[in-house]
Design a protein around this ligand. Structure first.
Ligand code: PLP
Length: 506
């Protein structure tokens, strides 16, 4: 593998060579990914499919005439409603049936959807998602592979890129369900500082330029980031930060894992009605959605992970990975020999929904816009109740999130009678405050009073490099709360929260 020496001049030498030559993506791969052989059965089948009319006596596939199903009807809201989410919620709107058949014409026959398929997913679905990608991100030279959602995609990406002893970069508070999944692979996490606006680019640059390979091992070659509604902090990276981060990734030869399940849930969008009327919802949304890392990716260093979990339903277990075709092939090989492929029912549904008998891509974007309006209403309700029931005491504060599902609530522990801070840590490199203990106490009090909010400690990435400067336990004075629940949940939950804070502080 080629890794860069730590000076910026050396970085720009590689920069030039990257631009000059065809990029050799194999150098980013883990030993596991490099040694993986293709699934030989799928390889033969792919080769055989080139010749039409080939008789298949090779595979152990049940015959489609024996599938005990002939038709699936999906009852969905009519996308012709003015505000489809509101009509659907109130039960007043029209409904449509979109059908998949085994033997009748439809977007994706159940014969195909329910048979064994390629790890990358079925072509019809991949094409529809590539079309959606093109309209939103216009990525140059990228390939779409289906996944079983972002958790599946991420864990596969970790295996693709990480060897035992590798260090990967991530936000200092992150979706620990995923970072934990990398630990048994021997991958260590290096946290990057965040502020109210998410990952701080200058800290990323600082960590990389101060990295000492002699002492710390191989410089990180992967950044895992959640750019929209960062889980847990709810922050969304500005365009300026995205451009800076992409440039740093380019300079230091880093692959960006762009985990973006909340991308489509953006608020205060100011979508142009005249663009909708003239060009449709997709173009109007593309104008106002944030610019993804994928959309900036001219040298194939972004692996973008999208999911249907937050915009259709998590039980769909369906998502898509967009990457350079080399990584896509390697991912597909892993899927071919593990989960095989995403399930057929989900693929049939998506093919029909996005196809000409369903909503189509533009109808899907209309649904998403309508969904954004509903989640924005819930966010606004949450923030209103928060101001009335919580913020008045001064014990907690929160920023208004621009996207996604989370509010990152700061507990102003310095007002607590038992809060203590010292100049020096009791153990070298340790915390200088009792923040973690007080937060643990508050968490338990909330639980006793019947409320669960996720404490920041759940998401905190401990710094093993000594490069962080201060201990993360001094910054865990936050809770992650979600505003996606019902109005009643929001009102009751925040009332309990406000009351418990008063008990705790007074
Ligand atoms: N990544 C992040 C940041 C998430 O918040 C979640 C789910 O909450 C996932 C990945 C997993 O998503 P999926 O349901 O697509 O596997």
């Amino acid at each position: 593998m080629v890794f860069l020496p730590s000076t910026a001049s050396a970085a720009s030498a590689v920069d030039v060579s990257l631009k000059r030559s065809h990029v050799d993506y194999s150098r980013y791969l883990s030993a596991e990914a490099r040694s993986r052989l293709p699934n030989p059965i799928k390889s033969i089948w792919k080769a055989a499919q080139v010749k039409p009319g080939t008789i298949n006596m090779g595979n152990g596939d049940p015959h489609h005439t024996l599938y005990p199903i002939s038709e699936v009807n999906f009852v969905v809201p009519s996308i012709d409603e003015h505000d489809p989410v509101q009509s659907w919620r109130s039960g007043t709107g029209e409904q449509n049936i979109i059908a998949s058949y085994k033997d009748e014409p439809c977007a994706l026959s159940l014969r195909t959807a329910f048979a064994y398929g390629a790890g990358a997913g079925l072509k019809d679905v991949r094409d529809a998602l590539a079309d959606l990608n093109d309209r939103i991100h216009s990525p140059p030279n990228h390939t779409v592979s289906l996944s079983l959602g972002n958790a599946d995609a991420l864990t596969k990406c970790f295996r693709l890129l990480g060897d035992p002893g590798d260090s990967f970069l991530c936000e200092e508070f992150t979706f620990s369900a995923m970072t934990n999944a990398a630990l048994p692979l021997g991958i260590e996490w290096v946290p990057i500082r965040m502020d109210n606006n998410g990952l701080v680019p200058s800290d990323l640059e600082r960590i990389l330029s101060n990295w000492d390979e002699g002492k710390q091992g191989k410089r990180p070659h992967v950044l895992y980031t959640i750019p929209c509604s960062q889980n847990p902090t709810g922050s969304t990276l500005s365009l300026e930060r995205r451009q800076q981060i992409y440039q740093i990734a380019h300079d230091w030869d880093i692959i960006i894992l762009e985990d973006d399940p909340y991308f489509f849930l953006q608020y205060d969008l100011g979508v142009s009605q005249s663009t909708i009327q003239q060009y449709g919802h997709t173009r109007a949304m593309a104008e106002v959605l944030p610019r993804s890392f994928l959309s900036m990716d001219y040298d194939g260093r972004v692996m973008r992970l999208d999911s249907f979990s937050k915009i259709v339903a998590p039980g769909m277990r369906l998502g898509w990975v967009t990457s350079n075709s080399y990584f896509a092939d390697k991912l597909d090989m892993l899927t071919d020999s593990s989960s095989q492929h995403p399930h057929g029912m989900g693929q049939a549904f998506v093919a029909e929904l996005l196809g000409s008998n369903g909503w189509g891509v533009d109808g899907f974007m209309k649904w998403i816009l309508s969904l954004c309006n509903e989640y924005q209403r819930r966010r606004d309700l949450f923030m209103d109740v928060f101001r009335q029931k919580v913020a008045t005491s001064g014990f907690a504060t929160a920023e208004v999130p621009q996207s996604g599902m989370f509010v990152w609530i700061k507990i102003n522990l310095e007002h607590h009678a038992r809060f203590s801070a010292s100049q020096t840590p009791t153990v070298p490199g340790g915390p200088t405050t009792n923040t973690a203990d007080l937060m643990d106490e508050l968490f338990r009090k909330l639980l006793n009073n019947g409320l669960v909010m996720m404490p920041a400690s759940t998401f905190a990435i401990a710094d093993r490099t000594g490069m962080m400067g201060s201990h993360i336990n001094d910054r865990v004075n936050f809770f992650r709360a979600t505003f996606v629940g019902t109005d009643e949940t929001i009102r009751n939950g925040l009332t309990t929260f406000g009351r418990t804070l008063e008990e705790f502080f007074l």
